[in-house]
Design a protein around this ligand. Structure first.
Ligand code: APR
Length: 187
């Protein structure tokens, strides 16, 4: 099946569209360290979710790059928003890959700890923060695979929600490279 793999009890799939209308348990936001909203998916999530999200973000006060915090999802079709802060791309020699990996690890562990079994994640850092999409997609899929190896069945489904076809294709290529053999499509 295009864009879907079952791996160690977790479904890993891709969806092209707007994450703010994607029904899930945890919706991951590509935030900044201030947690005060911004453009891109951050702006979209705050606009669609409403002011209760920012109120909680302000109480939390901030988030380090590579870390993740959870807030209410407000009016969004999710139980929680997990805000994570990706690295700004500065050429690849400032531990950007390590920090991006940490975003996915932190977000997935936080979702599992909160029993949020279906996690939707945008393409972190590949917009305003300028991370090359193909590289970011590889980091994302490798980190998702390692998470599933370490914690089989901890999450039921992880969906990468990609906003445009170029990004979708990059993640599809990375998905197939990381999960070469579909474990068969459980009906
Ligand atoms: N749904 C899904 N994906 C989206 C949406 C949306 N509604 N809007 C944008 N995207 C995609 C972008 O096309 C890109 O592929 O999310 C990806 C990440 O882009 P950004 O939102 O720009 O996030 P990032 O590159 O991590 O930069 C974060 O931007 O918005 C500010 O406050 C934020 O300072 C932070 C910085």
């Amino acid at each position: 099946m295009l864009g879907l793999r079952h791996y160690r009890g977790t479904a890993v799939d891709l969806f092209q569209g707007d994450i703010t209308s994607f029904v899930c348990d945890a919706m991951v936001n590509a935030a900044n360290t201030s947690l005060r909203g911004g453009g891109g998916v951050d702006g979209a999530i705050h606009r669609a979710g409403g002011p209760s999200i920012l109120e909680e973000c302000e109480r939390i006060g901030g988030c380090e790059t590579g870390q993740a915090v959870a807030t209410t999802a407000g009016r969004l079709p999710a139980k929680k928003v997990i805000h994570t802060v990706g690295p700004i791309w500065r050429g690849g020699h400032e531990r950007e890959a390590e920090r991006l990996q940490s975003c996915y690890q932190s977000s997935l562990h936080l979702a599992a700890a909160s029993n949020l079994l279906h996690v939707a994640i945008p393409s972190i850092s590949t917009g305003i923060y300028g991370y090359p999409v193909a590289e970011a997609a590889k980091v994302a899929m490798q980190t998702i695979r390692s998470f599933c190896d370490d914690r089989p069945q901890a999450l039921r489904r992880i969906t990468m929600v990609l906003f445009d076809s170029e990004t979708y294709k990059a993640y599809q290529k990375a998905l197939f490279a990381c999960f070469p053999e579909a474990e068969g499509d459980e009906t």
